[in-house]
Ligand binder design. Structure first.
Ligand code: PLP
Length: 381
């Protein structure tokens, strides 16, 4: 199968960076097991520790705070399901805009899940978070709070500083799903308040199958997969030196330019407004990460638009596709109070390291023909 000509779905997965591919291929030629003490094993161990340093640098973490996992979902599960046993006596607190990796892990703890709402711009409601803190005091319980930093559907940046100021000084534990922030915002993990964060390789141009839990020493008690004691006993299973090398190389190559991304998204937003003045851009008044436009033109359903764009070789997303590939209703847009009929028109265009204005223009041309078709059909009716 040939690759789609225009790829605008970087929030789902970014294309493999050449640096990551080269590191991956080189490490695949290494022989042995990184736990072996002989020269072959040591070469693999060195590769892993180089990757760890590279990932740690981009995350503003110390190398020893990086625990490699098979995905961000695994890291999130370790933090929440594992963390709940140790850190939460009463509840898991999440927002209504979390990725399923977070909300399903919260459910899996068996503890009550307290859900904090989003405002109409997709921001976590801090008053509700303050109320949860009061409730926990009244009920004499501790909770583990798990919030995303950047929303994968809308690109809305959550007020992590203010969340940290609220939860950080308390006896509660704070976990941040930093998957869509890593490489785009400075995480400064070591110096920040959150106890744990999760990141993922395939969002920054490494292959899928590698992620990491960032964990401070005081929170480093969770052992979901003890196994053979790898990752200092924090995640058993023979490490994939090749995937770690690729993750490290992708981290080192990451040079996210917010201005370039914003120029692309502004260009798309302007184009959309020109062709469809009734377009609704979700999270428009909130602070957004800059590489994403999530929008809806009333009457143009996302499933139809995606199919039509796909036929023209343009890959975008509804933002809410579930793993079966079906376009599902977006829980994020629902939490923002967006009407179902409009949410069903929501499309997500997300740019990344190899995106250019040619991609943006191709998308605009593709979407323009959908809008024109709809307008013609409307006139004929
Ligand atoms: N959290 C967010 C915000 C995401 O966007 C994703 C992936 O889309 C994940 C978690 C899960 O990451 P992974 O695919 O590495 O498990």
């Amino acid at each position: 199968m040939t690759r789609p000509a225009i790829y605008l779905d970087h929030n789902a997965a970014s294309p493999l960076r050449p640096e990551a591919r080269a590191a991956l291929v080189a490490a695949l030629d290494l022989v042995g097991n990184p736990s072996s003490v002989h020269a072959h094993g040591r070469a693999l161990r060195d590769t892993i520790e180089t990757g760890r340093r590279q990932v740690a640098r981009l995350a503003g973490a110390e190398s020893k705070q990086v625990v490699f996992t098979g995905s961000a979902t695994e890291a999130i599960t370790q933090a929440i399901v594992g963390g709940a046993k140790t850190f939460a006596s009463g509840a898991i607190v999440i927002s209504a805009g979390e990725h399923a990796a977070v909300s399903k892990a919260a459910e899996a703890t068996g503890l009550p899940v307290w859900t904090i709402g989003l405002d109409a711009q997709g921001r976590i409601d801090l008053d509700q978070l303050a109320a949860a803190l009061v409730r926990a005091d009244a009920e004499h319980v501790t909770f583990l709070a798990a919030f995303h930093w950047v929303n994968n559907e809308t690109g809305v940046i959550q007020p992590i500083d203010r969340i940290s100021a609220l939860v950080g000084p308390t006896r509660h534990t704070l976990f941040i799903d930093a998957v869509q922030a890593f490489g785009r915002l400075p995480l400064e993990f070591s110096a920040s308040a959150p106890d744990m964060m999760a990141i993922s390789g395939h969002k920054i141009g490494a292959p899928a199958g590698i992620g990491a839990l960032l964990v401070k020493s005081h929170a480093d008690l969770v052992r979901l997969i003890p196994g053979g004691g790898q990752e200092q006993g924090r995640r058993g299973g023979t490490e994939s030196a090749a995937l770690i090398a690729a993750f490290g190389a992708a981290a080192e190559a990451t040079n996210y330019d917010a201005e370039v991304m914003r120029a692309l998204t502004r260009h798309v937003e302007l184009g959309l407004r020109t062709m469809a003045p009734d377009v609704k851009i979700f999270g428009e008044a909130a602070q957004r990460i800059g590489n994403v436009v999530n929008f809806a033109v009333p009457g143009i359903r996302n499933a139809t638009a995606m199919m039509s764009l796909d036929l023209s070789g343009i890959s975008v997303s509804s933002g809410s596709a579930c793993s079966s590939g079906k376009v599902g209703a977006s829980h994020v847009l629902a939490a923002m109070g967006v009407e179902k009929s409009l949410a069903e028109c929501g499309l997500r265009v997300s740019f990344g390291w190899n995106s250019t204005v040619v991609d943006a223009d191709a998308f605009l041309a593709g979407y323009q023909s959908i809008v024109s078709r709809q307008r013609r059909a409307g006139q004929a009716a």
